[in-house]
Write a protein that binds this ligand. Structure first.
Ligand code: C5P
Length: 227
């Protein structure tokens, strides 16, 4: 299975002056933890890292230390995650029929989750890892007034990996460009194009490391895993 890792973010919400994936958690960089999970997932055979060229040297140093055995390609990132994935799709080998996309910032996803998604995408056009939400979610307008309370039973928090038929995803991204859609995950493009996306049960610990608090939680989870 081909795996694309969007890793071209800036670290702005982290308050970092460089790519947050280069920050350390439990003695390794975030991107190192993500790559170790991908390396350990038997289903993954090729990894494309989508990132800004000025980070490539750092990433290559990290990869050399990890002794990753799988082929890794570097692909230039865009100014949004959507653009980065678009670039990644163009760089996939021609024989890639399905692809998993996994945010570099979700450094706690387990190899089992990669393998479950890789197996499931062989049987459907699109999927995402997701977990049922625990909080009651409110839809709020710009002035801070609640507009509605969606039924919690129907709400799931989207994660990655997300998996797709490559041909369909390329078509959906192209349609997104034509229509000017701005989305924060690839499943949203499938939804807008009217293509079914199914859920694979995600992991509560598969958080997207976004803020300094998330780094502390990731540190706790990783140190607990080793015991
Ligand atoms: O910013 P956020 O954490 O939501 O980004 C999700 C993922 O998308 C991260 O792994 C980040 O590195 C990646 N990203 C990207 N290109 C961008 C912005 C974000 O690949 N321009």
């Amino acid at each position: 299975m081909y795996l694309l890792i969007p890793a071209a973010g800036s670290g702005k919400r982290m308050g970092a002056d460089r790519n947050k994936l280069l920050l350390q958690v439990h003695s390794k960089s975030l991107i190192a933890w993500t790559l170790l999970a991908a390396e350990a997932a038997s289903s993954i055979s090729w990894i494309g890292i989508i990132s800004q060229p000025h980070d490539w040297e750092d990433f290559k140093g990290i990869i050399a230390n990890l002794k990753i055995s799988k082929p890794i390609e570097f692909i230039s990132g865009g100014s949004t995650r959507q653009e980065s994935v678009y670039n990644g799709l163009q760089a996939l080998p021609a024989n890639a029929n399905q692809v998993l996309i996994h945010d570099g910032a979700r450094c706690l996803a387990t190899p089992d989750l990669f393998n479950a998604c890789a197996e499931a995408i062989l049987h459907c056009p699109g999927l995402i890892a997701a977990v049922p939400v625990k909080d009651t979610i409110k839809v709020v307008d710009a002035s801070g007034i609640i507009q509605s309370t969606p039924d919690r039973e129907q709400l799931w928090a989207a994660q990655t990996p997300q998996g797709f038929d490559v041909k369909l995803l390329k078509q959906c991204h192209a349609e997104g460009v034509r229509q000017g859609w701005e989305v924060t995950d690839d499943a949203a493009l499938f939804e807008r194009c009217g293509i079914e996306v199914r859920i694979v049960m995600g992991e509560e610990t598969n958080l997207k490391v976004t803020t300094p608090q998330d780094l502390a939680i990731a540190e706790f989870i990783l140190s607990h895993r080793e015991q």
